[in-house]
Each structure stands twice: as structure tokens, then as C-alpha cells.
Ligand binder design. Structure first.
Ligand code: PLP
Length: 405
């Protein structure tokens, strides 16, 4: 994919979707209420559209009760809401066999991954088995697996950790090295759908090919659900885990989707207590909103803006872009950058750059982004986009970054 083709493709998508995007942006009160500010930290958490705010208000003022306990109408409605949202999650994730799969509500991706590691993984593994752990991904997708290994070791079951290989230049996994590494004892692979620093789609089809048909793949979809179509029917993975707050629902909501096809059945242990019913109500509304907007168009928009930003940055010698520099747009056979662009300035400390950008109204993340031990050592500035990000914001950011060059 040449730079000029990427540029032309990105401009065409922006031209086509501009009016649609403006109408959607107007549905976010926090953004319309602060026109002088520019929220560019959607990988940390997403803003909420009016429809989600309304659903929260409606739930709390009309049927708020506990779920799965009472038998009066508000309680029954809440119980039904929880069960219907389970089905809603399956539908949103394009579940090919919803009668067999399970959805377990969690407080977010971190708790989802931890639940799988604590309650399910030990049943899968035997002495001498191997697990692949992505040591340059988000810490939430590393520590649960290492803790599970320690826990098993205390019981005399010794499991080998194979570090997921990376290609540093592109920020992608090294699928060839992974194929060499994985053998018949490789039972479990923890992977990420979209990298929270490099921004790339981590090519799940190639991971499945590299590890073979029998290994369980657990996919951290925290940065993909709500940003692009995520299809369980198309991805041959066994778990999909995400956070509601990154998909426009309330913090404290999230889910584990389990295919229930490889390994033991996923049945989270322990007494679950009262579910986060208002969080679940917000999740149902957020998924409705995202589906109506069209996750395919949301992806096209954020990929086009990220390509515009990366293309602008590549012409500024003062900046180093982390991850893939060239194959940025839809259709790239190598890797597709989603709406996350992370970079450093040659002379300005990233923390300072974050403050400078805020003095111009831009809210970005500048630190080491909770990356695991194999990740970047130095801090960087992460700009993360969503469908409400406007092209004008990206252009203004580029002109400020240019002035700092
Ligand atoms: N996985 C990835 C890729 C993330 O980016 C994040 C949060 O930034 C998480 C997991 C953890 O999500 P949460 O803090 O919502 O549990």
C-alpha cells in the first residue's frame, strides 16, 4: 500500500462519511458542551452518546431492582434485562452458535481475563503444557496468566510460558516465529485483537494458522469491540473479552464470551452477588447505538483519520511513530492500523508533550500505557480516536505538532 494510495483512500472515506459523522458527534453532550476541548483518549475510555445516558436514567427511574431474586414486576424486568443483554452481546459479536456459547458479565476486560485464568485455565492444563503470553501487550492480558502458572506450580503442575514473538518494526506479532515456537503441548494462547499502543489489528487468522487447530485462543478485544465489527463467526477464537466503558457503556460493565467448543466448559466459580444491573442496561443501549451507527463505518472513519494523522506525522522529522509506519489503511495485506496512533518527539519528553498538547485543548495519554515488560521502555504520546473524533480535530492536532517540530 503506497503512501499516496493510503492518502487518497483516507480522503475519499472522510469525504463520504463526513456528514454522517457530524450527526453522530452531535449526540455526545460532553463533546458539544466543551467545544474548546478535544478528547483524543478513547482507548482509555469512550464518551457516551445521549441514548446511553437516557437508558441509564430510564432504567434507574422506572424499573431499578435486583436481578434473579424478586418476583415482582421491577425485579422481573431487571432479570429479563440481564438475560436479554446476554443474548444482545452474542448477537453483537456475531455468535455462530448462541445456543452453545456463554456470556458472563464482568466489571471489565481485566476482570474477564482474570476470571478465565483463575476459574477455567487450571482445568485445561496438565504438567508440561505450554501457554503463549503476549508480554508486550496490556498488563491486563499478561499478569492473570503468569499468576495462574504460579498457582498451578504450587499444586505441582508445571506449565511453560512461551513469550509471544513480536516484530518490533510493525508492532505486529511475528506469526512465523510463533509457528516455530508452538508445538503439540501448546494448549493456550493469550492474544489481543487491536494493540493498545501500536494500534494494529493483530491478525488473528494468522495466529490460528500458526498455533494449529487445537490450541485455545483467548482474545482480549478491549480495543476492538465498539470500534470495528468483531465477528465470533469469523474469528476462530474461544474467548472474547471486552470492557463496556471502552464501548460507550458505563465503567464497571463488561463481558466474557465463551464459545464452549475447545476444553472444559466455562463456568465461573463462586457466588456472583448482585450484578451491575445499571451497567448492563448501559451496555445494552451502547451496543444498540453502535449497531445502528454501523461498526463497519465506525472502523472506516477511525482508520481513515488514523491514516491522515500518521501520514502527516511521517513528514515531520521530529516524530517517531510506534508500530507500523506504512501499511495503514483498509485492505492492507500486512497489517491494518485502527484508530490509535502513538508517537514520540525527538527532543520533547512525552510527559511534557502531553501537557503542551493540553494547553492547546487536546486530551491525550502520555506515559508507558500499562504495556508489559517486553513493551516500550520509554514513554510516548497516544492519540486514540473514535467515531466522534472530527477531521478538524486531527488537522488542528497536526498543525500544533508541526509547530513544535
Ligand atoms: N486490554 C487492553 C488491550 C486494554 O487497552 C485495556 C485498557 O486499556 C485493558 C485490557 C483493561 O481494560 P479495563 O481497565 O477496562 O479492565
Amino acid at each position: 500500500m503506497t503512501a499516496s494510495r493510503t492518502r487518497a483512500q483516507s480522503a475519499a472515506v472522510i469525504g463520504e462519511l463526513r456528514e454522517w459523522q457530524r450527526a453522530l458527534r452531535d449526540q455526545f453532550p460532553i463533546l458539544t458542551g466543551h467545544p474548546q476541548l478535544s478528547y483524543l483518549d478513547s482507548a482509555a475510555t469512550a464518551q457516551k452518546p445521549q441514548a446511553v445516558l437516557d437508558a441509564i436514567q430510564t432504567y434507574l427511574t422506572t424499573t431499578n431492582a435486583n436481578a434473579g431474586r424478586g418476583t415482582y414486576p421491577w425485579a422481573n424486568t431487571t432479570t429479563a434485562l440481564v438475560e436479554q443483554t446476554r443474548d444482545r452481546v452474542k448477537g453483537f459479536l456475531d455468535d455462530p452458535a448462541p445456543e452453545r456459547s456463554a456470556v458472563h458479565f464482568t466489571s471489565g476486560a481485566t476482570e474477564g481475563l482474570r476470571t478465565i485464568a483463575r476459574d477455567w485455565l487450571p482445568q485445561l492444563l496438565a504438567d508440561g503444557d505450554e501457554i503463549v503470553v503476549p508480554l508486550a501487550d496490556h498488563q491486563a492480558n499478561i499478569s492473570p496468566w503468569l499468576e495462574a502458572r504460579q498457582q498451578l506450580a504450587r499444586q505441582g503442575v508445571h506449565v511453560r510460558v512461551l513469550p509471544m514473538p513480536y516484530q518490533r518494526a510493525s508492532g505486529d506479532y511475528d506469526h512465523t516465529a510463533l509457528a516455530d515456537l508452538a508445538g503439540p503441548r501448546t494448549r493456550f494462547v493469550a492474544a489481543t485483537h487491536v494493540h493498545h499502543v501500536y494500534g494494529g489489528d493483530m491478525n488473528l487468522h494468522r495466529i490460528r494458522r500458526a498455533v494449529g487447530p487445537h490450541a485455545v485462543i483467548c482474545l482480549d478485544a478491549a480495543q476492538s469491540v465498539g470500534h470495528l465489527p468483531v465477528s465470533a463467526a469469523q474469528l476462530d477464537v474461544d474467548f472474547l473479552v471486552f470492557s463496556g466503558h471502552k464501548a460507550m457503556a458505563l465503567p464497571g460493565s463488561g463481558a466474557v464470551w465463551a464459545r464452549q467448543a475447545r476444553g472444559p466448559a466455562f463456568t465461573p466459580g463462586g457466588w456472583p452477588g448482585t450484578p451491575n444491573t445499571v451497567g448492563i442496561a448501559s451496555l445494552a443501549a451502547a451496543l444498540d447505538w453502535l449497531e445502528a451507527a454501523g461498526t463497519d463505518r465506525i472502523e472506516q472513519w477511525t482508520v481513515a483519520l488514523a491514516a491522515r494523522l500518521t501520514d502527516g506525522l511521517r513528514h515531520l522529522d521530529a516524530y517517531e511513530i510506534l508500530g507500523c509506519r506504512t501499511s495503514l489503511a483498509a485492505g492492507s495485506p500486512v497489517q491494518q492500523r485502527q484508530g490509535i496512533v502513538t508517537f514520540r518527539h525527538r527532543d520533547i519528553d512525552s510527559g511534557d508533550l502531553g501537557f503542551i498538547l493540553f494547553s492547546h485543548g487536546f486530551m491525550v495519554r502520555s506515559d508507558s500505557h500499562c504495556q508489559g515488560e517486553a513493551g516500550e521502555r520509554d514513554g510516548s504520546v497516544r492519540v486514540s480516536l473514535h467515531v466522534y473524533t472530527s477531521v478538524e480535530e486531527v488537522d488542528r492536532l497536526l498543525s500544533v505538532l508541526t509547530s513544535l517540530g
